[in-house]
Each structure stands twice: as C-alpha cells, then as structure tokens.
Design a protein around this ligand. Structure first.
Ligand code: HMG
Length: 440
C-alpha cells in the first residue's frame, strides 16, 4: 500500500516519526485510522467517535446552538510533514474543499528538513466597555484614571480564576472619542486568558466591572461590554526557508511575482489571504474553535496600515533561497468554549499534542504559511487547476452518482486523462462505464 513505512520499535516501544506519514494519503481510511491510533495512542472509544461521522449527537448539538434540527458534517483530515521549532506535528484539519490538506502537507514537506520557526505572544485578549452620553469624555477619562487602582483591583478580582492559572488582568486604559452621536469614552481591559480563546472570560469580566466604571464616571450610560476580535496583542508568527535546490528558481521567481501582485492589488490580496485562511480555519474548526473570530482578526490585521495587504511576506535570501514569513492575530483555545462538548475537537487536540494555546497558535500560522506557499507555487507555475482539480475529480464522480470505489477511481482517472474537470464530463464518463459493463 503506497510508500507507507512500518513504524520502528525501540526497546519494544513504538516510535512513529513524521516521515512515516509520507504517502499517508495513499492508505485506505481504515489504515489511516489504524496509523493515527498508534501515533496518538487513541483509545477504542476515541476510534468509535472517529469512525462515526455523525458523531455529534442531537442532544449535544441542541446544547451548542439554537433551533437545532440536525448537524452538518465536514471531512476531518490530517496535514502531514509539519516540523515546527524542531517538533513534529500531525495537524487535524476540517475542511470541505479538496486539495487544501494536500497543499498544506506539500508546502510543509518542501520546507524540510528545517521546517518552520514560529513564535507566539502571550495570550492577551482585549475587552471594551463603551460609555456614551458624556459632556466631556476627556474629563471622564481623567476621573477613571484617578480611580485606576480601584478599577484594577476589581478587574483582578473578576479574573482571579485566570490569575490562579498564571494569567489574569494585565492593563487598563481609556480612549475618548468624538462621534456624530456625541462624546464617548471607551475603557480597554487587557486580560491574559491562558489556554482559552478568552471571549467568555472577557465578556463576564466586562459586565461585572461596568457598573463600577459608571459609578466612577459619575455620568453617562454604559452601552457595549464585549471582547475585541482584533486580538493584536495575541499574534503569532512563523518563518520557513524553501531551498532553490528543492523547489527550483522558477518557482521562487513565480512566488515573488505573485506576492508583489498581492501587495499592490486588493483583489489579489484578498484571494491570497483566503488561501492562508484555508488552513488556519481548517485547524480552528477541527479543534472546536471560533473561526469567525480568527477570520475577523486576520482581515483587520491585513488592513492595519490603512491598505489591505497580504498576511505573508516573501523574499529571496543571499543564497537565493525563498524565505516566507507570516504574522497575524491568533485567538485559539485548547479549553473552554464548545471544545468541552465536542468529542472530535478533543481527539484532534490529542493528535496535535500541543501543550498550550500559544503552541496551537504557532501551529496555526505555520499551516497558513504552508497553504499560501503551496497555492502560490502552483498558481505561478503549472496553474492551480492541475493539482486542485485532480483531487476534486473524485468529488465530481460522487456528485454525478458514481456509487462504488471502482466507478469513482475510473471516473477520476478518465477526467485526468481528458483534462476536463466538469460535472458534465464526469456524467458522460459514468454513462460510458455503465454501458460498457452492461454489454460485458
Ligand atoms: P504534487 O506535486 O503532485 O504532490 O502536488 P506530490 O505527489 O509530489 O506529493 C508531495 C506531498 O504533497 C505529499 O508528500 C503529500 O504530503 C502531499 P508524501 O506524502 O508523498 O511524502 N500530497 C497529498 N496529500 C494528501 N492527498 C493527496 C496528496 N497529493 C500530494 N492527494 C498538490 C499536488 C495538490 C499538493 C499541489 O499541486 C498543490 O499544492 N497545489 C495547490 C492546491 C491548493 O492550494 N489548493 C487550495 C484550494 S485553491 C484555493 O482556495 C486557494 C487559492 O485561491 C489561493 C490563492 O489564490 O492564493 C489558490
């Protein structure tokens, strides 16, 4: 089966290395599950959850959202070949689009043997309280400043659970603004939320402290008390070098041209960043995180200079190799939110084997960089359709009604040979296959 290697044994103990995931995609689903069971030491109960693609039970789904009538499903795959700060990762990715997981694995493979270097900030989230109806917001800012010690004491008290985990209150400040609806004061709280995404902690704290802010302000009305998804205190960044001997000079020039295009054109920059978010969202969804928050923060960060820009940066180093870099806010948690009630997310985190949310953020940016690199390499050389559509061919076969693995394989192969990846073409091929079989 494929190029799959047997895991090695040392002193009777199973050692599974990242390189042993080479050709993982050539295995059957059963063989992949068996492999990941060994790799992540999954229990029989966890295997049952993995094999049950309708794993989200109705009563659990009903507790997660409103007006629930069912659950929708996404494939969960594994991004392979990720080496980050010297540690090897197999990365769970939930995504409906073909070729995203292949592209991430491909980009990561080409970065080896060095892999990625990554770093993430402390998990500090920002919360905002809006006070409206002020005669002079600047005066109120001064009043709140004079009560800073009291305000910080209350904020600490309200986040003492986080403090016990090593996080908690970090900073309080205000900003007075003049608007068409009068003067407003915005109070900012920075809270270290440790391994959580942080929205619940922040929102609870803000609602708790708001009455005291109103009391110290002596005027106005409290309006919004909410976390900011522009988590710019919680950024992660990564870097990788793709050697010219590995990817070729033509690919390097192509990627640099593609990157320059994205820097100068918002239509291209948006698609460039979509390609980055392909991987980051897939990881966020697999781990039960709020991917809309990540998306919102990413695009705001892309626009921070006032001009929408790519979230990655590419340059050639003096050896002529390609250096790729990425930086964006990443508010991902490994505890809290819906993670506790999402059994697949728990297994995904076990497979990922990250110690904390900061490490998860580092993995996220590496996936984003790998996806972006692979997409730009394909786009600027052979074109995206060749690899993407090759993988999409099997989807097309299923869409037009192929019902056995044999039919699906035959249609995918015939589409590839004809070089036309359309549903009409797949339908014609299916008819031909069935007709041939009929006359056999
Ligand atoms: P290839 O050169 O045929 O791959 O690329 P390969 O056969 O040499 O294999 C290399 C590695 O890729 C493998 O290593 C796998 O890790 C992985 P191995 O396991 O053999 O040691 N790989 C696969 N993994 C899973 N399933 C597979 C598979 N094939 C290879 N079937 C590939 C083929 C599709 C990877 C390449 O053409 C590629 O990276 N294309 C880019 C595809 C892409 O970016 N898709 C995203 C969707 S398009 C989009 O939404 C974004 C976009 O608009 C963004 C933008 O505009 O910037 C494009």
């Amino acid at each position: 089966m494929g190029v799959y290697m047997q895991p090695t044994k040392k002193n009777g103990k199973l050692i599974i290395k990242m390189t042993e995931f080479s050709g993982f995609y050539k295995l059957s689903v059963e063989e992949r599950i068996a492999r990941i069971k060994e790799y992540a030491q999954l229990s029989e109960a966890e295997l049952i959850v993995l094999k049950n693609t309708g794993a989200l039970k109705l009563d659990v789904a009903n507790r997660m959202a409103e007006n629930v009538i069912s659950a929708t499903h996404l494939p969960l795959g594994l991004g392979t070949n990720f080496k980050i700060n010297g540690k090897e990762y197999v990365v769970p990715m939930a995504v409906e689009e073909s070729s995203v997981i292949a592209a991430a694995s491909h980009g990561a493979k080409l970065s080896l043997p060095l892999g990625f270097e990554a770093h993430a900030d402390e998990p500090i989230m920002i919360g905002q309280v809006q006070i409206v109806g002020l005669k002079n917001a600047g005066d109120v800012a001064v009043k709140l400043e004079s009560k800073k010690t009291e305000i910080e004491k209350i904020a600490r008290e309200l986040t003492k659970n986080m403090e016990m985990r090593g996080g908690g209150f970090r900073r309080f400040y205000t900003r007075a603004i003049k608007t068409e609806r009068g003067e407003m004061l915005i109070a900012y709280f920075e809270i270290d939320v440790r391994d959580s995404m942080g929205a619940n902690t922040i929102n609870t704290m803000l609602e708790g402290i708001a009455p005291s802010l109103r009391e110290y302000a002596e005027e106005g009305q409290i309006r919004l008390r909410i976390v900011s998804n522009f988590a710019d205190k919680r950024k992660a960044r990564a870097r990788a070098i793709w050697k010219k001997e590995t990817i070729g000079e033509e690919a390097i020039e192509g990627i640099l041209d593609a990157y320059t295009f994205a820097k100068t054109d918002i239509y291209r920059a948006t698609t460039h960043n979509k390609g980055i978010m392909n991987g980051i969202d897939a990881l966020a969804i697999a781990t039960g995180n709020d991917w809309r928050a990540i998306e919102a923060g990413a695009h705001a960060y892309a626009l921070r200079s006032g001009k929408y820009q790519p979230l990655t940066h590419y340059e050639k180093n003096k050896e002529g190799n390609l250096v790729g870099m990425i930086e964006l806010p990443i508010a991902l948690g490994i505890v809290g939110g819906s993670i506790n009630s999402n059994s697949i997310a728990k297994i995904a985190l076990k497979i990922l084997n990250v110690k904390n949310a900061t490490e998860l953020a580092m993995v996220a940016v590496c996936i984003g960089l790998a996806n972006n690199f692979a997409a730009l390499k394909a786009l600027s050389t052979e074109g995206i359709q060749k690899g993407h559509m090759k993988l999409h061919a099997r989807n097309l076969a299923v869409i037009v009604g192929a019902s056995t693995d044999k039919e699906i394989d035959e249609i995918a192969l015939a589409l590839e040979r004809r070089g036309t990846y359309t549903a009409d073409c797949a339908r014609d091929i299916l008819k031909e296959i069935r007709l041939d079989r009929f006359f056999l």
